[in-house]
Design a protein around this ligand. Structure first.
Ligand code: SF4
Length: 366
């Protein structure tokens, strides 16, 4: 077992819910709830004692900056005080263009955050409005400028493809907007219409790109990013040399992590658990005498079979793939022959064509 840990902090608040969002996130709560939530987070952090080195910390959401710069920094300070962060610890803050300002970004940088993951999603104002995002292209550009001016070299940009009314040309512009911003890391996700979202409820009225167009979009963005020196190192992730997400690689490597905050997941000492997905209950549980994620979560020990299957599932997400033993080779010949996978240095690795159908291949192999 690898000894190092990652830490995840979940901030579940957003200014408004986007039309496609199925994450556990809430519209902005009143200041008292946000303050109580910050205190609950710090109590949970203080309840954990470990000497294991932490190599990455990730503040995700939700839209973490809506908690406020002072609150986020106080949570980071609690993590620094309670955990042994490695000297080169990657500390990421997720943000949206409308949620950052230069003074705040400078404060985040000075406090130790060293990576910003920005949700651009599209550079087309009409598509942003359809998604229910709260900014336009010019706001995105000024946010990028502020992130750079505040001294963040390590940056990531999220893009969505398959947006209603999106065209090949508009996707190309979005990808090039991200590339031109100099971001060294890009995550690109295909839009999925999830239950209990406005998109799902209005699905009959959405003008979605058809399957062929969506596939064309996927290969187009892969080609553009390859031409601009991004390696496709994970199903949805592209990075320039030295800028792969350490935090995500740790997950995909089956590394252990602790999640703080409502709905956050943990994997520690071979056991999976998750915190309760209710802000108010999370806050009230945190005021007990003894506060630990193990008080109120779903717990599961992973059996050897679970671990083997997870290693396949997670390993095949990345360009490191999994060890190609005889059993795997026997099962996977048709995928190699069909161009969905390749063998390199004794590893079985999905190709870009394989990434498109990774769920089917993974299900067949486990
Ligand atoms: S900003 Fe992100 S987490 Fe918040 S509602 Fe939109 S998609 Fe969901």
């Amino acid at each position: 077992m690898k000894n190092n840990l990652s830490v995840y902090v979940h901030i579940p608040f957003c200014v408004r819910k986007c039309n496609y969002c199925a994450f556990y996130s809430l519209p902005l709560c009143d200041e008292r709830v946000m303050r109580d939530y910050t205190e609950a987070l710090i109590r949970q952090i203080n309840s954990i004692k470990t000497e294991r080195p932490v190599t990455s910390v990730y503040f995700g959401g939700g839209t973490p900056p809506v908690l406020g710069v002072g609150a986020l920094i106080s949570v980071l300070e609690a993590i620094k005080a309670g955990f042994r962060l490695s000297d080169d610890c990657e500390i990421t803050l997720e943000a949206n263009p409308e949620s950052v300002s230069l003074p705040d970004l400078k404060d985040y940088r000075n406090a130790g955050f060293n990576r910003i993951s920005m949700g651009m999603q599209s550079s087309n104002d009409r598509e942003l409005a359809i998604l229910g995002r709260r900014y336009d292209l010019s706001r995105y550009k000024s946010a990028v400028r502020a992130v750079i001016d505040a001294g963040f070299e390590n940056r990531s940009t999220d893009i969505i493809f398959g947006i209603p009314e999106q065209t090949i040309e508009s996707l190309e512009k979005s990808v090039m907007t991200a590339v031109d911003s100099g971001t060294p890391h890009i995550s690109a996700y295909s839009l999925s219409i999830e239950k209990n979202t406005p998109f799902y409820n209005n699905r009959d009225t959405l003008i979605l790109p058809d399957e062929d167009t969506e596939e064309e979009m996927y290969y187009l963005l892969c080609d553009i990013l390859k031409k601009h020196d991004y390696s496709h190192y994970e199903i949805s992730s592209f990075a320039r040399e030295g800028f792969q997400s350490r935090h995500n690689l740790h997950y995909w490597d089956c590394g252990e992590y602790i999640g703080f905050g409502t709905a956050a997941h943990s994997y520690c000492k071979g056991k999976r658990f998750s915190n309760i997905a209710d802000v108010n209950e999370y806050i009230s549980l945190s005021t007990g005498d003894y506060f630990s994620p193990t008080d109120f979560h779903v717990q599961r020990y992973l059996s050897d079979t679970d671990k083997r299957e997870e290693a396949i599932m997670l390993g095949l997400r990345t360009d490191r793939g999994i060890r190609a033993d005889d059993e795997l080779l026997a099962k996977s010949k048709k995928y190699i022959d069909g161009g969905f996978a390749k063998i390199e240095n004794g590893r079985f690795i999905l190709t870009e064509k394989g990434y498109r159908v990774s769920n089917i291949i993974i299900a067949a192999l486990i």
